[in-house]
Write a protein that binds this ligand. Structure first.
Ligand SMILES: Nc1ncnc2c1ncn2[C@@H]1O[C@H](COP(=O)(O)OP(=O)(O)O)[C@@H](O)[C@H]1O
Ligand SMILES: [Mg+2]
Length: 378
């Protein structure tokens, strides 16, 4: 691999575990840079499989597929944090091929309990929480958090799947009918009365160099990112950044990582959750930042230098969420930068693509973005 710190060796084989839209955007970016992008996924029609000649049929959750894939590439990374960490570690060991982020980091961050423990131990501000394994724990959460808490499955949750908000006794009763905590371990955390949600994407290389993307405001509908805009200037950003830097150093994190945040009335920033990978809230960077989150991730795992200068004044992005259209369509006179993920079918709630707008004013861009989105058939 790299002889000089910043020389990129064309043809370096990068292995991506998974074939979704995040892997697709990583593959496309890597190809632009002259890297050989390999994808391990079940179907040739998977979004990332479609864009590379180096598709390997198989599953990242299957130990043998994993071990064989690791042997055929120079470095491996993930688009999802949810693969079994022990299988990842043993594939890494038997092949001698490095995985970034490390299996240990993925193992810790894929489970909300150790993730929150780690945030707390690192002195980062996050809602108080405790483990919920029994019906009694659920009642205890209602008491401890004064009738407003959020129950979250420890593993496998995303886009609101596995997250339940309780704000009344009635909510609690309803939750108890539909959900059994003895079957899937959870955490309960205090409901944070946020004024808005924000996100910060950061990348770190093995030398400890860090690049921080602009802070963005995110808007969730049904717990799923719907739009974002930025950059957001915030008085608490510097302190947060320092804390995150310490956190990443402590766990020796390598790659891109996303922090979802709450902002409360008093302008405090709280960490909601951490995603050890490229993230939907960083997609805008493809058009708005010199080194976008995908390039940053690839540079970081190859041990190269990182920078994240904003290259425009402002930006906005909308997600294109499926509603089950048989033949999705884009409007004729779309002005935003369209990224369509090539999913085999539109389903309700499925992320089908996104559109980015860059210019002078983020609120004007968002207005245009929301208007143009109405012209899509999804
Ligand atoms: N402690 C909380 N207080 C208030 N709202 C919350 C809390 N935790 C989560 N939410 C809401 O639920 C959404 C989804 O929860 P999150 O923990 O981000 O799970 P997911 O992995 O599904 O994104 C958040 O974006 C936020 O809108
Ligand atoms: Mg989230």
């Amino acid at each position: 691999m790299g002889t000089k710190k910043n020389s990129l060796i064309f043809g370096t084989r990068i292995g991506l575990l998974g074939g979704g839209q995040l892997a697709r955007m990583l593959a496309l970016k890597g190809q632009e840079l002259g890297l050989e992008m390999h994808v391990l996924s079940p179907q040739a029609s998977d979004p990332a499989a479609q864009v590379t000649r180096h598709w390997h049929q198989g599953s990242p959750d299957h130990a043998e597929d994993l071990a064989s894939f690791f042997r055929q590439v120079d470095v491996v990374t993930v688009e999802s944090e949810f693969h079994e960490a022990t299988s990842l570690a043993s594939a890494e060991k038997s092949s001698g091929t490095k995985l970034f982020p490390s299996a240990q980091n993925l193992g810790t961050l894929q489970d909300r309990l150790p993730q929150k423990d780690l945030l707390k131990a690192s002195g980062l501000r996050t809602a108080p929480f405790f483990a919920v394994d029994t019906w009694a724990d659920m009642d205890r959460a209602f008491e401890a958090f004064k009738g407003a808490f959020v129950l979250k499955k420890r593993r496998g949750g995303y886009d609101g799947y596995g997250t339940f908000i309780v704000r009344s006794k009635k909510d609690l009763e309803r939750l108890k009918i539909s959900f059994d905590p003895t079957q899937s371990p959870c955490i309960a955390e205090a409901f944070v009365p946020f004024v808005r949600e924000l996100a910060l994407v950061v990348a770190r290389n093995p030398q400890g160099e860090i690049a921080v993307l602009p802070l963005v405001e995110t808007h969730q509908v049904d717990s799923r990112l719907d739009w974002l805009k930025g950059p957001v200037r915030h008085p608490g950003l510097k302190t947060l950044q320092k804390g995150l830097e310490k956190f990443l150093k402590k766990i020796d994190y390598v790659g891109t990582i996303a922090f979802e945040l709450f902002e409360t009335k008093d302008r405090l920033l709280w960490i909601n959750e951490v995603a050890p990978r490229v993230h939907n809230s960083g997609h805008y960077s493809l058009e708005a930042v010199e080194m976008d989150q995908f390039r940053l991730h690839l540079m970081a795992i190859l041990g190269k230098s990182l920078t994240a200068e904003l290259s425009v004044k402002a930006f906005a992005m909308t997600n294109l969420i499926g509603s089950g259209a048989a033949t999705p369509e884009a409007p004729e006179n779309l002005t935003g930068h369209l990224h369509w993920y090539g999913k085999n079918e539109s389903r309700k709630g499925r992320k089908m693509g996104h559109v980015t707008y860059v210019g002078a004013s983020s609120s004007a861009l968002l207005k245009k973005a929301l208007k143009e989105r109405k012209g899509f058939k999804l």
